[in-house]
Design a protein around this ligand. Structure first.
Ligand code: BGC
Length: 784
């Protein structure tokens, strides 16, 4: 009996091996032969993620088809299906975007597998430095490669439509140009390692509430100019291997089921050549997803494959479409480290990457206020009183899939100590025991999605403040906020607004220190915009540190001590009031009364049918504030330096637009310390058939480190696409005849040099597919 059993095994092995020898092999035989050799079941398995088939997965026992033939990186978000007989390996997909997200520990293994927590995207955008974003990408991509991952699920490019989106920290900006440029630079850096990226969440995924069934009602113009633009730049300038479609619907159709979005726009208009995957569990109908061009369904389940097989058998899905989906996936598999048989080390150079993350953080922190040159701290300032819970428990990044498992994080007090400052120990122990007692009483229960419940600010009474003002040279107050995937932030106290105790803290400490003629610096350790207008007059200086990754404390200290001169600028506006935001009345959307049923397959609040109308149209962020003259607390593009810069000698290559115009300007360091300046070019287009915002960002450049007195000539190229707006009627980008105003400045409100040119006659710059039309009539904000 035993012998018979072994003979069968042996025979099967021989059959498999002969079949492997005779079957076309991926990479050796033409791709079309490999696809023809696949069974329908194998094709339907390949287009559906295989996490549930992995030996590590709980559901692995349900496997119908073989499990993965190779061990795959633990803690990755998903895998593709392997067909060993055709030489098709599985590829591994893991989150992003602030660093690689995998499990730091593995079963029966004493080694650790930590990744670098890089600064969040809001900070990276605030560097306005594409080269730096490329170096962050290079370092991040090296960890992807060396930990055996093939594609990182990032960067994330959704627009900061509203400051309360819970995932804004993962996204770059309210402006599509800086979003697209910084994302493309990151993708180029990551992919230079021979691994892939997945730019996400495509598209118009600007809120988390009911994210899996939120219908975004938006005009074609706002889509093209605001919500799709950054993606189109990234596709054009960096060729990401994959795109992740978003959970939401756009004008009534799930993004992952939208042929308009994934085929007409992404592939036909933009010539995209990679594959598209769903967000995890996104959309409903696998057949519609295949037809739309959403090639891979993640993380995948067996019923999706079955639905696809049945649809082909019943004629509902043309197998040619499925073959195309398969082909697109296999083209990327062919490029993957897994296919190349890359022998990954599991040992990326975390030390070198820590330097990269610190440098990026140094460059993206934004100095919002610096009265009386409170910063950098004078040499004589040695003793610091550090207030605020987050001075001791720094927030390095947001929660959810964007969280990274880093080996360590540097708290602010640690960073200050490292920089040679002394943090007042009495105050430190008061905070430490307070934080410990709160945590003991109330387990924080930080789930995967949820930001840990924030701990009420330690109440500093006037006695403590006064005694600290006696002994310390200066005070630091850190205000922290965290958020993440799955929910949005609130406009209230404790989130967008400061709490009463935070206000009290700022007031008490400032009164006590100012009475002794000592300075108070507020550090904002936040991932998204908060209210600042009502309290910003009180402290001497405000440093927006963002959530700056594992080296946050060191980077803050670099800037406070003047080792680094701040050069970050805001890539999203800080409004005066939340109600000033153009989408405040339409965020995060409303549950639609007639369909208040939850999806039976995916019950829960994230599935409640709801909708949101983007009534503000193209007037998002500074496009709104500048056009409608709404005062803000800190404008888009704003940020101080320890130096000052002069702009002069603005020149245009011509006063009449032909094919392009070059704008050049001299930037001089007029201060006394070396520093870098971000110069921003805004264009004001003539209103004609289409209304136009007051100004739109069309170029930016960061100088090198300029010594006092040093001048750098910066130039910007303006091509026809920079002049164009999207005309829905003709579905084309048109540049309208008339006078264009070139504004070069230090922020969207601080224009330092101006020029003009004219365009003789209206020009169609590019014709696009008619796509994503909105059938619902709603009032869109217009200037006239
Ligand atoms: C998130 C994606 C993420 C995916 C895989 C989803 O919940 O929206 O951004 O890449 O999970 O973890």
């Amino acid at each position: 009996m035993k012998n018979k059993f072994f003979s069968i095994i042996l025979l099967s092995a021989v059959v498999i091996s002969i079949s492997a020898q005779t079957s076309p092999q991926l990479g050796k035989a033409p791709l079309k032969n490999v696809i023809s050799a696949m069974t329908l079941e194998e094709k339907a398995a390949l287009v559906v993620g295989a996490r549930y088939r992995n030996p590590n997965s709980q559901n692995a026992s349900n496997n119908q088809l073989p499990v993965s033939p190779v061990p795959l990186t633990q803690g990755a978000a998903g895998f593709t299906y392997a067909v060993p007989r055709l030489g098709i390996p599985p590829i591994v997909l893991a989150d992003g975007p602030a660093g690689l997200r995998i499990s730091p520990t593995r079963q029966n293994d004493n080694n650790t597998y930590y990744c670098t927590a890089f600064p969040v995207a809001t900070l990276l955008a605030s560097t306005w430095d594409s080269e730096l974003a490329t170096s962050v990408g290079k370092a991040m991509g090296n960890e992807v490669l060396e930990y055996g991952v093939d594609v990182i699920l990032g960067p994330a490019l959704n627009i900061h439509r509203n400051p309360l989106c819970g995932r804004n920290f993962e996204y770059f900006s309210e402006d599509p140009l800086i979003t697209g440029k910084i994302a493309a630079s990151m993708v180029n850096g990551i992919q230079s390692n021979g691994v892939g990226t997945s730019i996400k969440h495509f598209a118009a995924n600007n809120a988390e509430t009911n994210r899996m069934s939120l219908n975004t009602i938006v005009s074609e113009r706002a889509l093209r100019e605001i919500y799709l633009k950054g993606f189109s730049i990234a596709v054009k300038e960096s060729k990401p291997w994959t795109v992740m479609s978003s959970y939401n619907l756009i004008n009534g159709v799930y993004a992952s089921e939208s042929n308009d979005l994934l085929t007409k726009i992404l592939r036909n208009d933009w010539n995209y050549g990679g594959f598209v995957m769903t967000d995890w569990g996104g959309g409903k109908d696998p057949v519609a997803q295949m037809i739309a061009g959403n090639d891979l369904l993640m993380p995948g389940n067996a019923s999706q494959s079955k639905t696809i097989v049945d649809a082909v058998n019943s004629g509902k899905l043309d197998v040619k479409i499925l073959d195309k989906n398969v082909e697109r996936i296999l083209n990327i598999v062919l490029m993957s480290p897994k296919f190349r048989g890359y022998n990954y080390s599991n040992k990326p150079d975390l030390k070198a990457h820590a330097l990269v993350t610190r440098q990026a953080a140094d460059e993206g922190m934004v100095l919002l206020k610096n009265s009386g040159n409170a910063l950098p701290l004078p040499e004589a300032t040695k003793k610091i009183a550090a207030f605020g819970n987050t001075s001791y428990e720094i927030i390095t990044g947001g929660t959810g899939s964007g969280d990274v498992n880093e080996a360590y994080s540097i708290a602010l007090v640690e960073g200050l100590n490292n920089a040679g400052l002394t943090v007042n120990e009495n105050l430190q122990s008061l905070y430490n025991s307070y934080l410990k007692s709160v945590k003991e009483g109330k387990p924080r229960g930080r789930g995967f999605m949820g930001a840990s419940a924030s701990i009420a600010e330690f109440a500093v009474n006037s006695d403590i403040a006064a005694s600290m003002a006696n002994v310390a040279d200066a005070a630091l107050i850190t205000i922290g906020r965290n958020s993440g995937e799955g929910s949005d932030r609130k406009p209230e106290e404790g989130d967008f607004q400061l709490t009463a105790s935070e206000r009290e803290l700022i007031r008490q400490v400032s009164d006590a220190f100012h009475a002794k003629n000592k300075k108070v610096v507020v550090v904002l350790n936040i991932g998204g915009v908060i209210e600042t207008a009502s309290w910003k007059e009180i402290p001497d200086a405000i440093l927006l540190a963002w959530q700056a990754g594992q080296e946050t404390g060191n980077s803050i200290a670099d800037i406070l001590c003047g080792k680094v001169n701040p050069s970050g600028k805001l890539a999203s506006t800080f409004p005066v009031n939340y109600s000033d935001v153009s989408s405040a009345g339409n965020f995060p959307g409303k549950v639609t009364p007639q369909t208040q049923v939850t999806d039976s397959q995916n019950p829960g609040p994230r599935r409640q049918q709801s909708e949101v109308s983007y009534e503000e149209g193209i007037y998002v962020g500074y496009r709104y504030y500048t056009t409608f003259k709404i005062p803000v607390s800190y404008e888009f593009g704003y940020g101080l330096s320890y130096s000052t810069f002069g702009y002069s000698n603005l020149k245009l290559s011509s006063s009449k637009f032909g094919k392009s115009i070059t704008v050049s300007v001299d930037i001089k360091n007029t201060g006394t310390v070396a520093g870098k300046e971000v110069a921003e070019l805004y264009l004001g287009a003539p209103a004609g058939k289409l209304d136009k915002p007051e100004r739109e960002l069309k170029g930016f450049a960061k100088t090198t480190l300029l010594q006092p007195g040093e001048v750098q000539n910066i130039s910007f190229m303006i091509d026809a696409s920079a002049l164009a707006s999207f005309d829905t009627q003709s579905s084309s980008w048109i540049a309208e005849a008339g006078r264009y105003i070139v504004n070069v400045g230090a922020s969207s409100a601080d224009i330092r040099a101006t020029g003009t040119f004219t365009l003789g006659s209206t020009m169609v710059v590019k014709k696009e597919s008619k796509a994503l039309a909105c059938s619902v009539t709603f009032n869109e904000l217009k200037l006239k």
